[in-house]
Design a protein around this ligand. Structure first.
Ligand SMILES: [Zn+2]
Length: 428
């Protein structure tokens, strides 16, 4: 699929008429603006071409986020993005460095510890980073697809529904399945996705929700009668082998932060793209959609279910994206050279025309620049981290694409498409 941008910069519907794309490029009626995903910009026309409604589903994640832009029947773009996890490490490092600076013999500085106030809506930097990564992902996709509505999952379950509805035992039998799915997700969340008997010691990964008082004995489907057990312990309880002594529900921090993040993302997207264009859904609905449509469990498929288009299809595959740091703020190396000289830590923005993380071609390999030396010898790797060469001079490399903070790689091959420059779009 080739993504198309109008002359005025507005995204249009993508096309699969590769012949036409080739002709447009050849006749200089369009130019290539991005190689992955392959995007062209028309150099003629009004930009008032008709577009279909495109829904973008976002599956928020702590490690990996998924997104899927689709119409009812067709997947237009799907990707998974790996989040940066180096923020806490970098901050700890900085804190350590500052500590030593304070104890060094320097001029007197007045103590500063009680004169700082956190601004309203402050989030831990690790979460703030993830939040902006999600925001950037939405902006990135909106730059080449005419996204008309955005759907995000704000929470795994609908707590209002659990509180208000009278989910008695009968509702389950009457086929009010979705209500139970909701409660089930809540119970799993409350118990921290851990077995309340063994706490995960049985190594059984399958979690089930157990009725403390059986339904046949009048037990309800309300959360207070439900408890998370692993399949192993659940079996044991029903066979009478394992004594049902339940441990206290564990505390979990990451999950709470994630739910704060999801709601914050929801309100920020509403501010950016308009209240009427951004809506929300719940995790239990996504899960139900995925299972009833017999779809695989992955972030980009979940995003497709969130968008409400589980029947949409495509043979295009999906993209893998990774966020990288945009700048190295550390000015000096840690070790001071003989003679007390501080060696600079930062290299030039470009060395021989190449920047960090730029996508380059080396022989038949397409890789990215992982590390650079001022001497011009670079460390080049595949996106999955496999080293291709640890010291290759830039003379042997050709620039494929300039990368700023997002590296992107296709996860399933597509037909090759030659352009004027003789470069193919099927690069990593
Ligand atoms: Zn267990």
């Amino acid at each position: 699929m080739v993504y198309v941008i109008a002359q005025n910069g507005k995204p249009l519907m993508p096309t699969e008429h590769y012949g036409k794309v080739r002709w447009l490029l050849k006749k200089k009626r369009a130019k290539v603006v991005k190689r992955s995903p392959f995007t062209i910009q028309l150099l003629y026309g009004s930009g008032n071409e008709r577009v279909q409604p495109v829904t973008l589903g976002v599956d928020t994640g702590y490690q990996t986020a998924g997104c899927s832009a689709s119409t009812e029947s067709k997947i237009l773009f799907e990707a998974e993005e790996e989040m940066r996890n180096d923020i806490p490490k970098l901050l700890t490092e900085r804190r350590e460095k500052r500590k030593t600076r304070r104890s060094r013999k320097t001029r007197y500085r007045q103590a500063r510890f009680d004169n700082r106030r956190r601004i309203e809506g402050w989030l831990p930097p690790s979460i703030e980073e993830k939040l902006s990564a999600h925001q950037e992902m939405v902006a990135f996709i909106s730059s080449f697809l005419p996204v008309s509505s955005i759907v995000i999952e704000t929470s795994a379950f609908d707590i209002q529904k659990i509180k208000n509805s009278d989910i008695e035992g009968k509702s389950y039998q009457e086929g009010e399945q979705l209500g139970f799915w909701n409660t089930r997700e809540y119970v799993l969340y409350r118990d921290g996705h851990k077995c309340r008997i063994c706490g995960g010691k049985s190594k059984d990964k399958t979690l089930e929700v157990h009725h403390v008082i059986r339904r046949s004995d009048g037990g309800t489907d309300r959360p207070d009668n439900l408890i998370t057990l692993c399949s192993h312990c659940h079996d044991g309880v029903h066979k009478g082998i394992v004594k049902p002594i339940f441990k206290k529900a564990p505390q979990f921090k990451a999950e709470t932060l994630m739910s704060v993040m999801r709601w914050e993302l929801y309100s920020r997207l509403q501010k950016l793209y308009g209240k009427e264009n951004v809506s929300m859904t719940y995790g239990y609905l996504t899960k139900n959609t995925r299972i009833t449509h017999n779809l695989e469990k992955s972030h980009h498929v979940d995003a497709r279910c969130i968008a409400g288009h589980p029947e949409a299809s495509s043979d295009e595959g999906w993209y893998y994206m990774r966020k990288t740091r945009s700048h190295n703020r550390k000015i000096h190396k840690d070790t001071i050279l003989k003679g007390g000289e501080r060696k600079l830590n930062q290299t030039e923005k470009l060395i021989g025309g190449f920047g960090l993380f730029d996508i380059v071609r080396y022989g038949d390999d397409v890789c990215y620049i992982h590390g650079r030396r001022a001497s011009g010898y670079f460390d080049i790797r595949k996106l999955d981290g496999a080293r291709v060469h640890s010291g290759i001079h830039y003379r042997n490399l050709t620039l494929v694409e300039r990368v700023n903070t997002r590296t992107i790689e296709r996860r399933k091959p597509i037909p090759l498409l030659s352009t004027e420059a003789g470069v193919s779009s099927a690069m990593i």
